[in-house]
Design a protein around this ligand. Structure first.
Ligand SMILES: NC(=O)C1=CN([C@@H]2O[C@H](COP(=O)(O)OP(=O)(O)OC[C@H]3O[C@@H](n4cnc5c(N)ncnc54)[C@H](OP(=O)(O)O)[C@@H]3O)[C@@H](O)[C@H]2O)C=CC1
Ligand SMILES: CCCCCCC/C=C/C=O
Length: 329
């Protein structure tokens, strides 16, 4: 008999999440039936989507949603061997049972030297978000200028590096000087701290006086309202996230997008990475290749200990992470 530790949503978040909104519980797992596997989480992901999705999909008392890299510790399913690593969407749990249908083995070409936690970041859902958002929504072309915010995070840092690989000029904004230094280190052409500039409008203009062809928006709100005015004619905006609004109790008011959209003839498209689930293999293969070749650099903010999951989640929402926020069990 195995005892799993799980984090449940004790109370729906009101405004910014608090550690008291979570409860740590223990669950006894039953013995395996034929066809089942017992898995042990090794790395867990904390992601912004957990904040809006908790309100949409969860009720109080549910186990927190989320993804992990897990090791198979027992198998009664001939398709899965003990010791193999998988990506699962089993929520905030140390151990769980699967029938093998809802898990994905790490690609067989995964190098032994590469941290398996990258399957939750650059070579996982956030990397795929950058890949499909840039290629399919922004439709970036060589020679164009790409703007990305939350640029030092899991998605943003990949967006900037893929745009460089694609022959673009890249401007990134982030919320600390350390993050700005990181962006320059990984090849962004221009980067600035949006929290310390005197005028966001001026900083965006200085970074690209001709404006922007593509805007990969992870933040929404006021930032997006200002940036939209600096799009070039026929520019494309990929509305990926709106993290500046996820913790609002009262919805933010405009300014509104219609006038710049009309006069600049912009395209603005929201998307979910799951739209390209049928091209997941293609995206992961490309991302893994770039990482192995050293063309895409990865950084992780690793919090040690399953008991620190809520703290890691809250820290990520506050902007404490450079690169992907991960919890190591
Ligand atoms: N559409 C889709 O399918 C997907 C969308 N997303 C979205 O992409 C965005 C980035 O996700 P991800 O890369 O995982 O997260 P990050 O690793 O970028 O972490 C979140 C970052 O957001 C920034 N941030 C937090 N609050 C604010 C705020 N009020 N204003 C501006 N910036 C803020 C912080 O960076 P800083 O210090 O720079 O402020 C923080 O580090 C999120 O909006 C997320 O919801 C993610 C995956 C899939
Ligand atoms: C458990 C994986 C779910 C991935 C969906 C991500 C969509 C994100 C939207 C905003 O953050």
């Amino acid at each position: 008999m195995v005892t799993a530790k799980v984090w449940v949503l004790k109370k729906h978040f009101e405004g910014f999440p608090k550690t008291s909104d979570f409860d740590l519980k223990k669950i006894e797992l039953p013995n395996l039936k034929d066809g089942e596997l017992l898995l042990e989480s090794v790395f867990l992901s904390v992601d912004p989507y957990m904040r809006p999705y908790s309100r949409r999909d969860m009720k109080e008392g549910d186990i927190m949603i989320g993804t992990q890299v897990a090791r198979i510790v027992e198998s009664k399913n001939p398709a899965f061997t003990v010791g193999a690593f998988v990506v699962a969407r089993s929520g905030w749990r140390t151990h769980f049972i699967s029938d093998g249908k809802d898990i994905q083995l790490l690609p067989s070409s995964w190098p032994e030297s590469l941290p398996k936690s990258l399957a939750l970041g650059t070579v996982g859902m956030p990397g795929l978000t950058a890949y499909f958002g840039l290629l399919e929504v922004c439709k970036m072309k060589p020679g164009e200028t790409v703007l990305v915010n939350a640029a030092a995070g899991a998605v943003g840092s990949v967006v900037g590096q893929l745009a460089k690989i694609g022959g673009c000029k890249v401007v990134g904004c982030a919320g600390s000087d350390d993050k700005v230094a990181y962006l320059k280190k990984i090849g962004f052409d221009e980067a600035f701290n949006y929290k310390t500039v005197t005028s966001l409008d001026e900083a965006l203009r200085k970074a690209s006086p001709d404006g922007y062809d593509c805007f990969f928006d992870n933040v929404g709100g006021e930032f997006a309202s200002i940036a939209i005015n600096q799009m070039k004619k026929h520019g494309r905006i990929a509305v990926c996230g709106a993290i500046s609004q996820y913790n609002d109790s009262v919805p933010q008011k405009g300014p509104y997008v219609q006038v710049p959209m009309i006069f600049k003839e912009l395209q603005m498209e929201g998307f979910l990475v799951t739209r390209w689930n049928n091209r997941r293999e293609e995206g992961l293969k490309a991302l893994l290749k770039w990482v192995v070749e050293g063309k895409v650099k990865c950084h992780e903010q690793v919090t040690e200990g399953f008991e620190n999951m809520p703290m890691a989640f809250i820290g990520m929402l506050k902007g404490e992470n450079i690169g992907k926020a991960i919890v190591k069990v």
